[in-house]
Write a protein that binds this ligand. Sequence first.
Ligand code: FUL
Length: 509
Amino acid sequence: MKYNTCMRAAIWLWLFSIATAQDAPAPYLQVPSHRQLEWQKQELYAFLHFGPNTFTGEEWGRSQSRPDIFNPTGLDTDQWAKLLAEAGMKGMILTAKHHDGMCLWNTSTTAYKIGNGSWATKRVQTGLDIDVVRMAAASAKKYGIKFGVYLSPWDIHRDPAMPKPGLKGTIYDEPQIFGDSSPGDYNALYVEQLTELVTMKLADGTPIELFEVWLDGASGSDTVQTFNWTGFRDVIRQHQPNAVMWGHQGPDARWVGNEDGFTLPTNWHTISRTQDDVHYSGEELELGVRDGRYWTPSESDARIRDGWFYHADEPSKSGAALMDMYMKTVGRSVNLLLDVPPDPRGLIADIDAANLKEFARLRNATLDRNVVTPDLKTSSSSVRAGDMDSYGPSRAIDGREDTYWAMDDDESTGWIELDLDTVYCVDGFIVQEHVALGQRIGGYTIDAMDNGGTYRAVVSNGTSMGYKRIDLLDKAVETSQIRLRITRANAVPLVQNLQVLGSRNCTGR
Ligand code: FUL
């Protein structure tokens, strides 16, 4: 009898769990690949434009200089990596070859490389490395930041439309194979260069891991060259499966549409064109395409100075100006690739270093003030299948990347509420959607409860949430209760993270 009662109870429990259990939400349309998701998490990293232009004062050198032009007086790639790591940047991308075609690594594809200049010749005599790409990769590894390369598809050195009288009669006067109607196969050369870079090893033989390969879309010439993007992609995938391939509109990450360090408040991670299709306009790239055909998130390439290469007379942006950029990029779900060009010594200039450090201080002072702890009381409009453990609102504050608050599949709007337990002076929020399962949220509002117990909207115009949104308030509010409302979503919204920025007393940030 006793046994039967137990059995019956077990069967009831089992039936109840079948009735209430709901599977995890299915992926919604496009989802990021593992490499894209890992890349998105890097958020802020540096671009280093370094090469002949550093010494000639040009931005787009015409491939007229010989390798002797590259003559840094105190090159120290450790200084770059150490500084960037200290300034909280997660990686660096170096111009292995800019448009002028001169290679910074010791390539066997061309004579037009710094390895053939007098700087390199002198170093070889003293047993020093002459491969600046490899040196930078070693420094990145030493200081624990990621490494990537820029390899310009447009190559003036090989472009017949760009005369190079300065190289006439030298070993650098190489075949003009760039262009569909030029003799020779430029794509093959490019693939060779790419292959050298993606298979490069450190001096001790360990392979160099790349997190991003930057394939610039710029050209200033009338020469038409059809690039073999698929072939380039295959080479990268084969040797560097974790590297994101950046292109004007894909395949892994896209241009944000401007070079000024901002994007529009709405920015979708998806678009509907590939590298081979007609290019989007700047604004279209800034916006992205809701429910687009490809997961191709934006990266904003911007500069600490006016130019990409170092020019002594250019001002360096202040920490506050960089913080403003950060809020308009990383704060809007877009990665920020900030150019910090080494100077003719081969060092990052003191003023740039100081501004980067101030930028880091401001970021920390503003953002490292989350008052939410996982034990706070939460509630929500509903919970998926009533399963509080798996999908309850506390999942949005548990600090994990693999959990989220969710409702049933037929619900696209709803709210979660957070009891801060005590009154705080609140001045900002960080919200994240669980993009591993796609981008769904297109509208959200954040309310703070006032002293009289009424909710007032403090963030009223949230649009595409995506990977991460940071909303800072112009004026702090005193509150102990916060509510995040999802007002528009194309599928059940999944909120992975809600942070509330503030302090006990209203000293401000
Ligand atoms: C552009 C190039 O033309 C600039 O020189 C710079 O390298 C920038 C990052 O991309 O397309």
